[in-house]
Ligand binder design. Sequence first.
Ligand code: HEM
Length: 378
Amino acid sequence: MPRSKPLPTLILLLLSAVSHFAFALPSFEGLSERDFEDYIASRQTADTQVADPPPPPGPLAFSGSKLVYDPAHPWIAPQAGDIRGPCPALNTLANHGYLPRDGIATPTQLINGVQEGLNLENAVAIFVTYAAMLVDGNLLTNKISIGRKSPKTGPDPPLPATAGGLSTPGLGPEGDASLTRGDAALGDNDSFDQILFDQFIDFSNRHGGGYYNLTVAAELRWARIQQSIATNPTFSFVAPRYFTAYAESALIINAFVDGRNTSRHLSIADATSFIKSNQFPQGFFRAPQPIGNDGAAQIFGAHQIPPGSNTNGVNTYTPDPNSANLAQFCLMYEHFVERSVKRLYPNPTAIQGWLYGGAALRAALMRVRIDALRGIYV
Ligand code: HEM
């Protein structure tokens, strides 16, 4: 984003300060620019001010392993009204105070939390967070729920945007064939599922000698895809879900194995702590260097399946040549914008630059945010 904003943009952002919609806005037609700004200023109060979101945080100053289950970050079970969702990592970070304990966060808080608590690599943290924010977050208030939709993220942007939270299926990272959550079409897609976790343990015993490793990850990922094909009439396994499914299978190893353990396999006890209890194992050290989705390609390579979906009920999996595959990252991003973002913000003014990284996504986020504001105020 350029530092100096053109005036209309500035006005739109200032207008966002008047973001309590209980009153009808007067027509601004005929107002001089000065009158208009005076009007905006008159409506601003400290708690209605909506600032231009800050640039994303940079990498950690110290990015090595360290104790993260420390006295400053005790585990506290979620209280009534606190939100948890489909991501065991974010749930755990919220339970330890690396994220707001109520489960409502800004992108900056999310990026800082996943970096500080689990050493997620800066570019990955920015990309995943901003992409999720674009489709699941509230672009007016700059807040996102790490689970289901919540009034705590503030007044909604105009329809068809939903600000539905990270549990929203089919738009961002959330989708079918999760390892420990059901498919949305089959019921609950964001709560921990004990039966699926029993299967996780069974696979770890049978294929990993009591540990979750890359071999287990490959077998379990494949099994979950086969189960969804056989049970979910609307099973969908296209980008971006196609990408996140393999990445998540690998992240369980990269993030949840203690940073002092060089074996890169996860004990069932530690998997249970993270995935079921959403708690760091006692004395947990984060990874020894910033992590990404290393291993995802091997998991995919063991049992390859093209992106696709059940097109006519269960067991009708049909490849979708229009979906990006794992080698087509830029196409995945393009589809994400064209299909997911534009479903919510049909006419974003200037989303372009299919570049990997925070800059393009932040620019996209800002443009869509401005459109959300325009949808309300102009
Ligand atoms: C260190 C950082 C992270 C780790 C280790 C991690 C790990 C995981 C894992 C293992 C799953 C799969 C759960 C399952 O299949 O049962 C998952 C799911 C998910 N994560 Fe994360 N995650 C991280 C960061 C994030 C971030 C930054 C976001 C978004 C802002 C996010 C959003 C999600 C969502 C929406 C799902 C549900 C996907 C599904 O349908 O299975 N995660 N995550």
